[in-house]
Structures are given as C-alpha cells and as structure tokens.
Design a protein around this ligand. Structure first.
Ligand SMILES: [Zn+2]
Ligand SMILES: [Zn+2]
Length: 268
C-alpha cells in the first residue's frame, strides 16, 4: 500500500508572507491527502529537464505514487524531442518499480483557434495528452480571443488536461473555460511550478485562486501537477496547498488521491 507524502517542512508559499495559524492548520490537513498520482512531468528528452525515465519512475515509487505521467514537450519548444520520440514510446515498459507510467506529451496551443502541434498520428502513440500555452510558441490576441483558443483546445477530443491555464502567459476569462472543462471532462491543471516564486509569474496566484473558486462553485474536478523537470520535484505540490486552503477547496474535487476515478474520468 502506498504511503502518503509527508507535509513539506516549509509549507509557506511566499518568503516573508504572513500565514495565519488557521491557514497553516488547513494546509496541514490538505497535505495529508494521500497523493497517488502526478501526471505532468518531464525527462531529459524535453531538453531542459534533468532526469531519465528510470530515475523519475524510481523516485515516484519512493514517494508512494501509483501513477506517474511523463509528458515531454512537443516540438514548438526549442530543444525538445523530435516527433520520432513519440513514435517510439512503445519500447518503454508501462510499469516500473511498481509504478504505472502514462507516457505522452505536453502539446502546445499555438494560436487563438486552439491549433495544437504534432498530429493525430502521434497523438495515437501517447497514453496521455496535455495541452498548454507557452510563450515561446504562442500567437495570442485579445482576452476573448485567447479564451476562445484555450476553449477550442479543451473541446479538442484528444486533449486530456490543460496545463497551467492560470500561469498568466495568456490573459484568459476563466468562467467559460471551467464550464467547458465540466462539459467535456478535460481537466484543468493547478500547476505547482508556475506558482513557484522563482518563476516570477505574477498573475499565477490570483488566477489559480479564481480557477479554484469557479471549480468549487460549478463542482468541476481538478488535477494538481508538479510539472517536475527533475525527479526531486515529483508530486511536490507545496505552492498549491495554501491556495486550496484559502478557497476551502473540496478534497472530493481533487483527483490526485483517486487513481481509478482519474483514469475513468479521462477514459484512459
Ligand atoms: Zn518545460
Ligand atoms: Zn508547460
């Protein structure tokens, strides 16, 4: 049986920010959630990440995960793997050190029409498909146009999860995205990495709070992701816990401790 992650010894979201004792207490309760999956991570194949698949799987086992998703960047990101990487994924065992691996890609939402990179030929080779906006390959427009682009990606039947919709790269209206997420069962991700102060994504906290409030209001499940680019960051959600506490987000709407419900919800 998998063990739960221990609460991180330093759960404070921002250096110097005051956290009242009530918030800390709720934090502590949430961090006891039995984290069994992290489905958005990267390996050396992505070109700016630092662990191999085996190192990632080994660390996922150490941390008691049942499912690890490895989702390499698609070709819109400089220095990532060539398309042939996705074609050859059949050689990799889907079970390592007792952890089930979901091997796939993080596709790029390229424009306000929701165009994704790669093609169906490659999507079929992937166990899991995440799609997200990245500044290196994104042609945006007005807030409404950006929202239409991300909504089109949500409605794309190949998309399982939208990565870091709240990171501020594209200015977005969240209510239509949350409603589209509910309708299509494409999950919106709450991304730990974009909340890390070192990334300087100033809108990330307020945007993710808004997404969480809307998901709570409309009863839409979410997925927490580390977006780990090295094994040590797997299933590290330390910057997300305070936001869950602040919104009093229902544990029932978080899929990270419900592997079968996660797979069923996405039809994987
Ligand atoms: Zn990356
Ligand atoms: Zn990303």
């Amino acid at each position: 049986m998998a063990r739960s992650l221990k609460p991180h010894p330093n759960p404070l979201p921002r250096r110097g920010r005051r956290v009242d004792s009530c918030e800390l207490r709720i934090n502590y309760e949430l961090t006891k959630m039995n984290t069994l999956l992290d489905v958005h991570t990267h390996t050396v194949a992505s070109g700016h990440a630092y662990s191999t698949i085996q190192e990632m799987a080994h660390e996922a086992a150490n941390r008691g995960l049942q499912i690890l998703g490895i989702t390499e960047h698609a070709p819109g990101i400089p220095g990532t793997c060539d398309p042939i990487y996705f074609r050859n994924l059949h050689v990799v065992p889907r079970q390592m050190y007792g952890v089930r691996l979901l091997l796939g890609g993080e596709l790029n939402i390229l424009d306000t029409h929701g165009t994704l990179d790669l093609s169906e030929y490659y999507y079929r080779k992937m166990d899991i498909r995440i799609a997200g906006v990245h500044s290196l390959c994104w042609e945006g427009g007005t807030k409404e146009e950006n929202t239409a682009g991300v909504e089109a990606a949500i409605r794309n039947p190949w998309t399982h999860i939208i990565s870091h919709p709240g990171d501020g790269t594209a200015d977005l209206l969240f209510e239509p995205l949350v409603l589209a997420s509910k309708e299509t069962r494409t999950l919106l991700e709450i991304n730990n990495s974009s909340l890390n102060p070192v990334r300087n994504k100033e809108a990330a906290e307020v945007n993710n709070l808004e997404i969480l409030r809307l998901c709570k209001q409309y009863e839409v499940p979410v997925i927490l992701s580390s977006d780990a680019h090295i094994s040590f960051d797997i299933a590290d959600y330390r910057f997300i816990w305070p936001l869950l506490a602040k919104t009093e987000f229902p544990e029932a709407l978080i899929l990270n401790d419900k592997p079968q419900a996660f797979l069923d919800y996405l039809g994987i």
